[in-house]
Design a protein around this ligand. Structure first.
Ligand code: DER
Length: 232
């Protein structure tokens, strides 16, 4: 598909431009990152690169092992040189919505401890304002015992509708890699995202939000015409 081709373009451009020998890499989650990992594995083989990879989910961990890359963790490598990850939407200020795949908490940890955080995405994620193209809301990871009061607090403070993310291939709610629930906050207006992010994070029971504010250094967008746009 056009989108899949675009994901591949973005993933490969980021790896070409930023991966080099002796790096500690943060590996994101989702479908776009698969193309980046494929390119990393090719380069490791061709150039005999020495790299270690820190995963952001069980999916990323499996991906690292599947492509024969060296798996590590934050205990051994608490400083990450470069984190590469996808996004559900990117606004004009490079604020991100992430968490469509439910992996936002470990993704934000890895991005947060990386010297450089590079995002890869297809053209459908390139927006002016958050919410222009992504309509599934902002994911919020919550401690299961608190999901009802957290839902009420978010909608009372910021409006919109908050829904518990239900699993498709399992009865009941989605349970994250950390054993928590996910709320999807379908906001109904543009907000000052940096303020809202901090306010939501402070609500008792919230683990983290899918708002990545002032974190991405640059974003590579694969485009329909086979080109790659870079914003920073
Ligand atoms: O869930 C996530 O945070 C993913 O990284 C998401 O933001 C991008 O997933 P995709 O590459 O499959 O669109």
């Amino acid at each position: 598909s056009k989108a899949e081709e675009a994901k591949k373009l973005a993933g490969r451009a980021a790896v070409e431009n930023h991966v080099r020998n002796n790096q500690v890499l943060g590996i994101g989650s989702g479908s776009t990152i698969v193309h980046a990992v494929q390119r990393i594995a090719e380069r490791v083989k061709q150039e005999n690169l020495n790299l270690v990879c820190i995963p952001t989910s069980f999916q990323a961990r499996q991906l690292i092992l599947q492509y024969g890359l060296t798996l590590s963790d934050l205990d051994r490598h608490p400083e990450i040189d470069l984190a590469i990850d996808g996004a559900d939407e990117v606004d004009a200020d490079l604020n991100l919505i992430k968490g469509g795949g439910g992996c936002l908490t470990q993704e934000k940890i890895v991005a947060g401890y990386a010297s450089r955080f590079i995002v890869i995405a297809d053209f459908r994620k390139d927006s002016k304002n958050l919410g222009d193209q992504w309509h599934k809301g902002i994911p919020i990871e919550v401690i299961p015992m608190a999901y009802v009061p957290v839902s009420r607090a978010v909608s009372q403070k910021f409006g919109g509708v908050v829904e518990l993310r239900m699993a498709v291939n399992k009865a009941g709610p989605v349970v994250t890699d950390n054993g928590n629930f996910i709320l999807d906050w379908k906001f109904d207006r543009v907000h000052k995202w940096s303020e809202v992010n901090i306010a939501i994070k402070m609500i008792p029971g919230v683990v983290d939000t899918g708002l990545f504010i002032n974190m991405a250094e640059r974003v590579y967008f694969g485009m329909q015409d086979g080109s790659v746009n870079m914003r920073e």
